[in-house]
Design a protein. Structure first.
Length: 256
């Protein structure tokens, strides 16, 4: 199965059936060749197995809980990017098992991983116009993939992937004081001066400031999240990221 055959909506069950280890065995015989004790696998083929293990919940968090839908989606996005990177750049990276203690072989593999890392990051930055934090997220998932190869599949890649730098940019935090927030909540003239799209954006922003939810939770709220009691209206929600349930009493302006 090629990476571009994967369903990005996470709804297809047929891609997560079958034995991952049987497929790994098939990959071994399809793609391996011996070269001073090392075996090489195409990264896109191995990443297919990684995707399947993630979607089947064979991969879990350190605390034993399953991966979130957002994490699975990010893995699928990386799978698609790796496939498109190979197609656009014609650079085909292969994962080489590392078993030699030879210094020359070590340096060759170190340079090989460094070249792949640079080319893939350049592709994400220059061709896909992605930001530091977005690229950093992909690299973090890529390092998790290599770690999975070593710890779960027993494919010893060597430590080279650990040198992949996870890009990140500190985004400045903008704080509103009470007067500014009160203006956004109650100034009818300002609200009416905005086009409908910005009015909607302002309402979501103000509600988000009121309840303090992550945007991933905020945009998935439904009427079922509201509870009406004799003491007023409450918002209940289970965080997609942490799984923690919260109940928040809404002020009168947020009930409308």
């Amino acid at each position: 199965m090629r990476l571009n055959e994967l369903n990005p909506k996470l709804v297809s069950d047929n891609i997560v059936t079958g034995s991952i280890y049987l497929e790994l065995n098939n990959l071994y015989w399809r793609f391996f060749y011996m070269k001073k004790g090392n075996i090489e696998y195409p990264i896109t083929e191995l990443f297919c197995l990684y995707v399947k293990a993630s979607l089947r919940n064979k991969r879990r968090k350190a605390d034993g809980t399953t991966l979130s839908a957002g994490t699975k989606q990010n893995i699928l996005t990386l799978a698609k990017l790796l496939d498109e990177f190979e197609g656009d750049s014609q650079f085909h990276f292969v994962v080489t098992t590392y078993s030699s203690k030879n210094k020359r072989v070590f340096n060759q593999l170190k340079r090989k991983y460094a070249t792949f890392y640079k080319k893939f990051c350049d592709y994400l930055f220059d061709i896909r116009n992605q930001t530091d934090n977005t690229v950093g997220g992909h690299i973090k998932n890529l390092k998790s993939f290599f770690n999975w190869l070593n710890t779960d599949l027993g494919i010893v890649t060597g430590p080279f992937y650990k040198q992949f730098y996870v890009w990140q940019e500190d985004i400045p935090i903008i704080v509103l004081n009470q007067e500014q927030l009160r203006f956004l909540i109650f100034d009818v003239g300002f609200h009416d001066s905005l086009p409908p799209k910005l009015q909607r954006a302002k309402e979501i922003f103000v509600f988000g400031c009121t309840v303090g939810l992550r945007v991933s939770d905020l945009l998935t709220l439904k009427k079922g999240n509201l509870e009406y009691t004799s003491n007023g209206m409450y918002l209940t929600n289970v965080s997609k990221k942490t799984g923690i349930s919260t109940t928040i009493k809404l002020p009168p302006y947020a009930e409308t």
